[in-house]
Design a protein around this ligand. Structure first.
Ligand SMILES: Cc1cc2nc3c(=O)[nH]c(=O)nc-3n(C[C@H](O)[C@H](O)[C@H](O)COP(=O)(O)O)c2cc1C
Length: 175
């Protein structure tokens, strides 16, 4: 039985082979940072070698998909996320953040009144706007910036969400 043996994800040593998959909790504040309850939720699960946060939006323009979701869209949030990673590390576990852009799987009221964007004009909830080249470059930049913030917040790695923004799903992509 190797379940309780350590293993490496690149150079990150994980104490056992139990991984908590990303699951939206809606424990974050409306501004997208972890509450005390949220931190405790992870600490209680720190017997797993690796915890993966719920999907965490990369900008505060059009990336959010749930009301009380985590978001790493601004540098001011780094200390708030550092509280979470520190608490998990103090309990001898590792934590990755899952970054996401909701794409068409959101609605105007969740994204500050803006219109959802998607690779093609195929609505899911509200009407969507087909992404321009500028949108694509902007979202790439958002992921890069959120990744830097994740590192500065003490996360041990980044988990990719497949929803970015639905570009791999042929039904919602016409090009
Ligand atoms: C309540 C709930 C929330 C979830 N939130 C996310 C999420 O934020 N990101 C994600 O990639 N998957 C999410 N998932 C999918 C899970 O991470 C996982 O892939 C799914 O439950 C299948 O796992 P299983 O094959 O072990 O049953 C969620 C699942 C549940 C039940």
């Amino acid at each position: 039985m190797r379940l309780f043996e350590p293993f490496l994800v690149r150079d990150v040593e994980i104490k056992n082979r139990i991984i908590m998959s990303p699951m939206i909790t809606n424990f974050a504040t409306p501004e997208g940072y972890p509450t005390d309850e949220h931190v405790m939720y992870f600490v209680r699960r720190a017997s797993a070698g690796l915890l993966i946060t719920e999907y965490t939006y990369v900008n505060n323009v059009d990336a959010r998909g749930s009301p009380n979701q985590l978001g790493l869209y601004a540098d001011e949030l780094i200390p708030k996320f550092a509280r979470l990673t520190e608490a998990v590390h103090n309990n001898d576990s590792k934590i990755f953040v899952q970054l996401v852009h909701a794409g068409r799987k959101t609605r105007r009221s969740l994204i500050w009144g803006n219109q959802p964007i998607a690779p093609s004009n195929v609505p899911l909830i509200d009407q969507v706007r087909e992404m321009s080249e500028d949108d694509v470059n902007r979202v790439i930049e958002d992921f890069a910036n959120a990744s830097e913030r994740a590192e500065k917040s003490g996360f041990d790695g980044i988990a990719r969400s497949s929803r970015i923004p639905n570009s791999s799903i042929p039904l919602s992509r016409h090009k």
